[in-house]
Design a protein around this ligand. Structure first.
Ligand SMILES: Cc1cc2nc3c(=O)[nH]c(=O)nc-3n(C[C@H](O)[C@H](O)[C@H](O)COP(=O)(O)OP(=O)(O)OC[C@H]3O[C@@H](n4cnc5c(N)ncnc54)[C@H](O)[C@@H]3O)c2cc1C
Ligand code: FES
Length: 344
């Protein structure tokens, strides 16, 4: 079941935050986290799909339904202590909750839900497709942000990052990698055809391009992390940051047929460089003249001391993200210069 506010503006409930003056309204059955963010509250969060655990809170009073009982973002200890996830809580009445709002989680653009039409599907690699949607109403987004797609017949929503930049045509483009036996990607790849209508809710996420940061930029993408990194790179061009600032774009795949995006980066000019590496070469990759190994090692080898003075963006599966973060920290990149969203 999907939980969007337009269907539930009647019966709005009051959510109070214990020990503070802050509060917000929530439609009946609306997701607690999304209602807070739509109203500009700095509610801690990251993934929106129950994976990261950042949106934990305690219910002091009132009634909420839990959408995903087995969400991995809550540990057994969290459950024992009565903690809940705001991204998996549907509000059923007036509530009081305990949570600490933190300014860094305030949305940069207020997210909203709208209907969208699938315009086309295009192949990117053997297992990644680009899906182009036109939104009925477009709130805009920052390069590097993501949205939630309401896919017919799929439990919950799925998060996908935009690959393009905000535009007057109201088009949001997503690059999605097929997950074996995945519910959401099966619908996207096999069932949805151009002309299909579905709900899209966004923008979300904090790994967006910092146009004002004076440093050169490094983008690191693994697999399906390609989309937001292309968006950041394209955003640099739109904001006029190139050629004054250099862009080093690293992309890691398992084998040569996973590599994509080089044409987009190279078209951005001489100060935009594409560096590809493959981690598990196949027999068919014998002619590969590029680097073999993990993408995070490639970044350090190529940039050395320059890395610590760069603005670094990365995206990809949670395990890859942990490895990149550890490597960047070891290389002395200050935390304030590192921007990422983990995929769950
Ligand atoms: C911030 C973010 C950005 C992402 N961006 C991209 C991207 O640009 N491209 C890309 O290919 N992938 C991206 N992903 C991964 C993507 O959201 C899916 O996890 C992936 O496509 C597999 O989905 P699936 O439904 O096919 O697989 P499944 O195995 O069916 O589902 C996997 C994921 O769906 C979510 N999920 C499962 N059940 C529920 C439920 N009941 N309620 C809510 N959520 C549930 C969980 O996150 C789970 O990990 C992103 C993930 C996050 C968190
Ligand atoms: S935002 Fe709720 S678990 Fe990640």
């Amino acid at each position: 079941m999907n939980h969007f506010p337009e269907q539930r503006v009647a019966n709005a409930h009051e959510v109070r935050i214990a020990g503070s003056e802050a509060g917000f309204r929530c439609g009946d059955g609306e997701v607690l986290l999304r209602a807070a963010l739509r109203q500009g509250l700095a509610f801690p969060h990251e993934c929106n799909v129950g994976g990261c655990g950042n949106c934990r809170y305690e219910l002091v009073e009132g009634e909420v339904d839990t959408l995903r009982e087995d969400a991995p973002g809550l540990s057994a200890r969290d459950r024992e202590r009565g903690r809940r996830l705001a991204c998996q809580s549907a509000v059923r009445g007036d509530c009081t909750i305990k949570v600490r709002l933190l300014p860094q989680y305030a949305p940069v653009i207020l997210p909203r839900r709208t209907l969208a039409t699938l315009l086309e599907k295009r192949a990117v690699t053997h297992d990644m497709l680009e899906f182009r949607f036109r939104l009925d109403a477009d709130p805009g987004f920052m390069p590097g942000q993501y949205a939630l797609l309401e896919l017919p017949g799929v439990d919950g929503v799925r998060a996908y990052s935009m690959a393009n930049t905000a535009n007057a045509s109201r088009e949001w483009h997503f690059i999605v990698r097929r997950t074996p036996d995945g519910q959401g990607t099966r619908v996207l790849f096999d069932a949805l055809q151009p002309g299909a209508r579905l709900g899209i809710d966004g923008p979300y996420g904090f790994a967006y391009l910092r146009e004002d940061a004076p440093r050169n930029v490094v983008c690191i993408a693994g697999g399906s992390g390609l989309a937001p990194m292309l968006s950041v790179a394209r955003g640099m061009a739109v904001a006029g940051m190139l050629p004054d600032r250099a862009l080093d774009f690293f992309f890691g795949g398992r084998s040569v047929n996973d590599i994509a995006g080089g044409d987009v980066i190279e078209a951005l000019g001489a100060t935009a460089r594409f560096h590809a590496s493959i981690s598990h070469p196949q027999d068919a990759d014998a002619a590969w003249g590029g680097r073999t190994g993990f993408v995070h090692e490639h970044v350090v080898e190529t940039l050395g001391e320059r890395l610590a003075s760069s603005e670094v963006y990365f995206a990809g599966p949670a395990r890859m993200a942990e490895a990149v973060l550890a490597e960047l920290t070891k290389a002395g990149v200050p935390a304030a210069q590192i921007h990422y969203d983990r995929y769950f």
